[in-house]
Design a protein around this ligand. Structure first.
Ligand code: HEC
Length: 190
């Protein structure tokens, strides 16, 4: 009996130790909950890189938002809300395609972040190939006009245009996020 009691002591110590951790966590639960809540609330209220633009006429020194970059560089072809040009799947006489919708109605969400970045940075001519029956790209390269961060901001805005759209039973944002795990945005500072 005595041996058993001695042998049980470490177990009892371990149990009482873990109990004290549990009770410490329980004691601080309100603080921990309040902290987690603050993180969520502050995070939700934080600036949205592709989000709302400041009201018209206000001069701000902050870098342009994704929406502003889109309005200044992309909307002329892709439409103010990324709706694309009519008959965007039918090639024109010069072999180029009209600008497709970027708002989730086309197939932009089939492309991972890394590929979207390369399309905007290097333009569409990189995809021209003799096998594509004379396909010519009218998508300009923005690598010399937009910074690394601006390209990511404008693409974040494009992805925000997708909202909660569902295709084939899946959220297109989630499908594209999965694809992007293997081909993410390139790291900055290049
Ligand atoms: C001069 C017109 C024009 C402008 C300006 C333009 N695009 Fe495009 N874009 C196109 C065309 C046309 C295509 C279709 C692909 C092709 O022909 O190469 C395209 C394709 C794309 C694609 C691939 C879409 C897909 O579904 O495969 C993305 C992404 C894109 N553009 C983003 C942008 C962004 C972001 C901007 C602004 C920074 C921009 N484009 C400015 C004409 C334009």
């Amino acid at each position: 009996m005595r041996r058993t009691r001695v042998c049980r002591r470490p177990l009892w110590l371990a149990v009482s130790f873990s109990r004290s951790i549990v009770s410490a966590v329980a004691r601080h639960a309100p603080i921990i909950t309040a902290f987690a809540f603050a993180v969520v609330v502050l995070g939700a209220c934080g600036p949205d890189p592709g989000g709302a633009s400041p009201s018209a006429g206000v001069t701000v020194s902050a870098p342009p938002t994704g929406r502003e970059i889109f309005a200044a560089n992309c909307a002329v072809c892709h439409g103010a809300e990324g709706e694309g040009q009519p008959n965007w799947q039918i090639a024109k006489d010069d072999g180029t395609l009209p600008a497709p919708p970027l708002n989730g109605d086309g197939h932009t969400w089939h492309h991972a972040d890394g590929l979207l970045y390369r399309i905007v940075s290097q333009g569409g001519t990189q995809f021209e190939s003799p096998r594509d029956r004379g396909f010519k790209s009218a998508m300009p390269a923005f690598g010399d006009r937009l910074s690394h961060d601006e390209i990511i901001a404008v693409l974040t805005h494009v992805k925000n245009l997708w909202g909660d759209k569902i295709r084939m039973g899946f959220s297109i944002r989630e499908s594209q996020a999965l694809l992007s795990e293997r081909d993410p945005f390139p790291p900055g500072g290049e």
